[in-house]
Design a protein around this ligand. Structure first.
Ligand SMILES: [Zn+2]
Length: 434
């Protein structure tokens, strides 16, 4: 009972803070990476330098900062219905990069964005369900820069150039540039009834009809007509649909979930969206039933086990939750968010073995992808009164850009730790930071 009450509180909290944070989610990031990487390669951007950020905001929007940091809004991802249409959006944004249009953004906005980027948000499941409220608030305070992108706008000429360059990128990467027709058609349909949702500085533009006409003309070019573009295979479509369903399940209200994914729809993605919405609404047995159906259909899908771990955690069934997360991690190595979630549950269950495993998981996660949440969970795993926990909180606040608090914890860590401990030395480094 306590868990459920807490989760309701957490959901209310999440609704309040939802306006402009960034979301980390292994599944979403994996699918976006798969869609974006070939386009970035065609634009000569190395995958190591390129980063994709998911902005928790219902606008139909995407943009690129500094040429290599791609921001995609959940509102866009939820509404763009095919992987190839989403590729066209990304290709257009990379077209701005290739066209050198970034120069117009002020240095101040860019530094705001970079700050927001460092201060990463929670994983989606933990954010909505289990996250510590003060943690979320800190993340939010840092992420406001994301909203400032609305100051960024492009001229009509630049939009046209970005479309042209993006179109060529699609062709070069071997994808059907017809994705542009799909996305512009959809945007055209959206502008009337959903105008208020559409950010006027986003990829949408008053001249969508004209842009649609331009890409249609380009498609008539003989070189393009003679080219054979492979159809998207069923696998990427399935993965993409699951990602969209996941976002709807976590971020939209239950009425909307049922409208988009009615009970009559027995597809995997519909069951996924409803299972997540059931978990959020406290219908845990409904959530488990749906998730187990998904697991029986796709026993090798790590994210269904991740969801099962989330649900069992909500029930307070730590043993089942741990088993499900461990299974997910076995199916997909190097999943920072799943490892962090597992570490959180282990630190709550709290046997000596659990703590050691939680510490190991957090350390691994921090090596892969140092996020505030991993340090916060690490501090819990060390336990109150442990100087290393103070050090972990100092790192947490450093990442949250709260240097005063970071130093307070670092100072306390030093009083509690032997001078030759690595955490003592790291705490000392934090105190020396400007
Ligand atoms: Zn544009």
């Amino acid at each position: 009972m306590k868990k459920i009450l807490f989760s309701i509180f957490a959901i209310l909290f999440a609704v309040n803070v939802r306006a402009e944070s960034l979301i980390n989610d292994t599944e979403v990031e994996a699918v976006l990476g798969e869609l974006v990487t070939p386009l970035a390669a065609a634009a000569d951007i190395s995958p190591n330098r390129m980063h994709i950020y998911l902005v928790d905001n219902d606008s139909f929007n995407a943009f690129v900062i500094g040429g290599e940091d791609i921001y995609i809004y959940t509102g866009l991802l939820k509404r763009v219905t095919t992987p190839n249409a989403l590729r066209a959006v990304i290709a257009h944004e990379l077209g701005h990069t290739l066209g050198g249009h970034m120069a117009q953004m002020s240095a101040q906005i860019e530094s705001e964005m970079r700050r927001a980027m460092i201060i990463q948000a929670l994983g989606i499941g933990l954010m909505v369900l289990g996250g510590n409220p003060s943690l979320g608030a800190g993340v939010m305070a840092g992420a406001t820069g994301v909203a400032k992108q609305s100051m960024m706008s492009f001229s009509r000429d630049e939009e046209r150039i970005a479309d042209d360059l993006g179109f060529n990128l699609m062709v070069e990467a071997g994808y059907n540039p017809n994705g542009f027709v799909e996305i512009f058609t959809q945007m055209n349909e959206m502008t009337s009834p959903l105008e208020s949702r559409v950010n006027k500085n986003s990829i949408n533009h008053p001249v969508t009809a004209e842009r649609l006409k331009n890409v249609r003309e380009k498609l008539l070019n003989q070189n393009i007509k003679n080219k054979k573009f492979p159809e998207d295979d069923a696998k990427i479509i399935e993965k993409y649909n699951l990602v969209r369903a996941k976002l709807v399940g976590y971020l939209d209200d239950f009425t909307r979930v049922k409208t988009l994914y009615p009970y009559s729809n027995k597809s995997d993605e519909a069951i996924y969206a409803r299972a997540i919405a059931n978990m959020r609404g406290g219908n845990l047995s409904g959530a488990v039933t749906g998730t187990k159906t998904l697991i029986s259909r796709q026993p090798k899908n790590p994210y269904f086990y991740e969801l099962l771990g989330d649900i069992e955690y909500q029930y307070g069934h730590y043993d089942n939750s741990v088993a499900a997360y461990e299974h997910a991690i076995n199916l997909r190595k190097n999943s920072p968010q799943i490892e962090t979630a597992l570490a959180l549950v282990l630190s709550e269950r709290g046997t000596d073995n659990d703590r050691a495993r939680a510490i190991e998981l957090c350390r691994h996660t921090i090596l892969l992808d140092p996020k505030p949440l991993a340090y916060w969970v690490l501090a819990r795993a060390f336990g109150d009164g442990d100087g290393r926990a103070d050090w972990a909180m100092a790192e947490f606040y450093t990442l949250q850009k709260q240097p005063q608090k970071a130093k307070e914890y670092a100072r306390r860590a030093k009083t509690r730790l032997p001078h030759d401990e690595p955490e003592y030395i790291k705490s000392d480094d934090i105190l020396k930071q400007e």
